[in-house]
Design a protein around this ligand. Structure first.
Ligand code: ADP
Ligand code: MG
Length: 261
């Protein structure tokens, strides 16, 4: 449907090596992907398959062979137009909220920080920053009045991850990138966070989402397309329906058997 438009984010033939000499090891091999406005692409693969490396490359944080473009502009080095557009329009969420949130900061301070950094450019008053931060907390299902003054140590893993999601969405990003956001959570907190992401997608239909997971079960109700990565290679890429009902690789079939219900 959206295939005729320019992708928001595109990676073409990304290869990545670590180490030198006989230590040299290839961790990504000719990986290509396209992410369109408003869509959700899941990157799924086991531990060590290269998912986080790919995410860092997509964000322009690590060099690689191949090209990454954001809105058609090259993401290469911190001064490139693509990098700057991407970093001002992307929200990031990581695996462990207790390491990604500053333990000394209240939830309100953490959530409002991205707005404070851009307050001048966005012409936001302190009051507007506070309003938008509280609204972001409500949008992820937190009672903002209750949570504003809480520190990470006063939160469960699921609550802390919601604070991290609120921080990622407070700038109204066009692209959300979440690297294993559910994997540090227990089953019920994971279900709650999946529901939160689904609601965020409904509320922000133009925002694109890259969701990284080792678990096909986590992404099956959210992703429009799934890319399966194994040992740095794309095993298959297709619509969620295709990949789940007609997997073409043995690796994907093994992942399907391991799906948590
Ligand atoms: P995943 O996120 O899928 O678990 P990663 O992208 O973290 O996988 O890692 C892919 C492979 O690259 C792993 O074998 C890992 O050990 C290796 N790797 C990741 N980062 C580095 C690095 N900075 N130096 C050397 N090897 C690395
Ligand atoms: Mg990883």
């Amino acid at each position: 449907m959206s295939q005729h438009r320019v992708p928001l984010l595109r990676a073409q033939t990304i290869s990545k090596f670590y180490g030198r000499g006989h230590q040299r090891r290839q961790v990504l091999d000719q990986v290509s992907l396209a992410l369109y406005e408003g869509s959700c692409l899941a990157i799924v693969g086991g531990s060590g398959s290269g998912k986080s490396t790919l995410v860092r490359i997509l964000l322009g944080l690590e060099a690689s062979e191949g090209t990454v473009t954001y809105r058609g502009k090259a993401v290469e080095g911190r001064h490139s137009l693509g990098y700057q557009a991407l970093r001002s329009e992307a929200g990031l969420i990581f695996q462990n909220p207790f390491t990604s949130l500053d333990p000394r900061w209240s939830a309100l301070r953490s959530v409002s920080e991205p707005l404070r950094i851009h307050a001048k450019r966005l012409a936001l008053s302190d009051e507007q920053i506070q309003q938008r931060s509280l609204a972001a907390m409500e949008a992820v299902g937190l009672d903002a009045q209750d949570f504003a003054g809480r520190f990470p140590r006063d939160c469960s893993g699921g609550q802390a991850q919601r604070i991290a999601v609120a921080r990622a969405i407070v700038t109204r990003p066009r692209l959300l990138l979440a690297d294993e956001p559910m994997s540090s959570l227990d089953v019920s907190a994971r279900q709650d966070l999946i529901a939160t992401f689904q609601k965020l997608r409904q509320d922000n239909p133009r925002t694109a989402l890259i969701l990284v997971s080792h678990d096909l079960g986590v992404v099956q109700h959210m992703a429009d397309r799934i890319l399966v990565l194994h040992n740095g290679r794309v095993q298959e890429e297709g619509t969620t329906n295709q990949v789940l009902s007609h997997p073409t690789s043995a690796y994907t079939r093994a992942l399907l058997e391991a799906v948590s219900q």
